[in-house]
Structures are given as structure tokens and as C-alpha cells.
Design a protein around this ligand. Structure first.
Ligand SMILES: [Cu+2]
Length: 180
């Protein structure tokens, strides 16, 4: 007969001591747990442009705030929000973002987003960046988000299309001139 695993015994004892058995069982069963449910990083159109990060956080039983996101393989990460002010879209930087209890916090295009400077080429080659999400309840969640190349995302990988992307006006002028 196998002995009961020691690790499980310790875990159960600690949980029972901290929360009482009923709370523990409820949590282990179906209670929501704070987690990152998905996301991606889109590289800048040119290497000097920051990458942008989007993701979804699902809340646990209690409301918390996301206070920082960091990565070993990036120089700097900021949380931003795109907002309309006097009819103009601007970005402001965020020091925190709320995750409602049992709710959702979304960083998505046109809203909250991560700006990521100097993603290490090793991460780009690997196609993913390991991010650390830090919350007010001291949870630290590490998640690998896939890295998408801006040029492939926008143009199906054709380098000419990529080069033309930021210069639509000029190209049209050139095309018009060529017609004459
Ligand atoms: Cu931004």
C-alpha cells in the first residue's frame, strides 16, 4: 500500500487552517480564479516602433487591480489607454487597471493596451514573450503571449506592402503623377 502523498497532506492542512474546509472545497471546485485568458503581442511596423500587447484578464472572487506588467526580454513596458479628448484620440499612461470580481479586464485595440519597447530578438525568434502580470493582491501571473509580426499581420508577408503602409498619401500622389 502506498503512503498518502505528503505534499497533499500539508496543502490540505494549510488550506483548512487558513480558510476553513468549506471555503477551501468551494474554491477548489468551481470558484473563479484570477487568470489571463489569452492575448497577443504585435510587433511595431518598424524596429524602432514599440510593440503593442493585448490580453484578457478574468477576475477571481475578489476585485483586484493590475498594477504592472514586466518582461525579462523587453526593455520597458507601459500600460496605456487610448482616449478621445476634444474629438482627438490620445494615449494616457495607466498606473493600474481594475479587474472586477468574477469580471473581465480587456486590453484591446482602441482601448487599453501595453506598449513594449525593444523586445529581445530571441523572444521574436521564439515567437513568444513571457510576461509577468502583477496585481494588488500580490498575485504574480506569468504568461507567454504569442508575438505577431506587424508586416505579416497587415499584408500577408509581402515586404513591398509593408513599406507602403505608412505612406499611403505619397504613393497615391506618385501613382497619380505617373498616370499623367
Ligand atoms: Cu500606447
Amino acid at each position: 500500500m502506498k503512503p498518502f502523498p505528503r505534499r497533499l497532506l500539508i496543502g490540505a492542512t494549510l488550506a483548512a487552517a487558513a480558510f476553513g474546509l468549506a471555503a477551501c472545497e468551494e474554491n477548489m471546485g468551481k470558484g473563479p480564479v484570477l487568470h489571463i485568458s489569452g492575448g497577443q503581442i504585435e510587433m511595431g511596423a518598424t524596429p524602432d516602433r514599440p510593440a503593442v500587447g493585448y490580453f484578457t484578464v478574468k477576475g477571481g472572487d475578489a476585485p483586484v487591480e493590475l498594477v504592472a506588467v514586466s518582461a525579462d526580454l523587453a526593455q520597458r513596458i507601459e500600460m496605456h489607454e487610448s482616449v478621445k479628448e476634444n474629438g482627438m484620440m490620445t494615449m494616457k499612461s495607466l498606473t493600474s487597471a481594475p479587474v472586477p470580481a468574477r469580471g473581465t479586464l480587456e486590453f484591446k485595440q482602441g482601448g487599453k493596451h501595453l506598449m513594449i519597447w525593444n523586445v529581445n530578438p530571441a523572444a521574436v525568434r521564439a515567437g513568444k514573450l513571457s510576461l509577468v502580470f502583477m496585481f494588488t493582491n500580490n498575485d504574480r501571473i506569468v504568461v507567454d503571449l504569442p508575438i505577431k509580426n506587424a508586416s505579416t499581420a497587415a499584408s500577408g508577408g509581402a515586404p513591398m506592402d509593408h513599406a507602403a503602409m505608412g505612406h499611403g498619401g505619397d504613393d497615391k500622389k506618385a501613382a497619380d503623377a505617373a498616370k499623367k
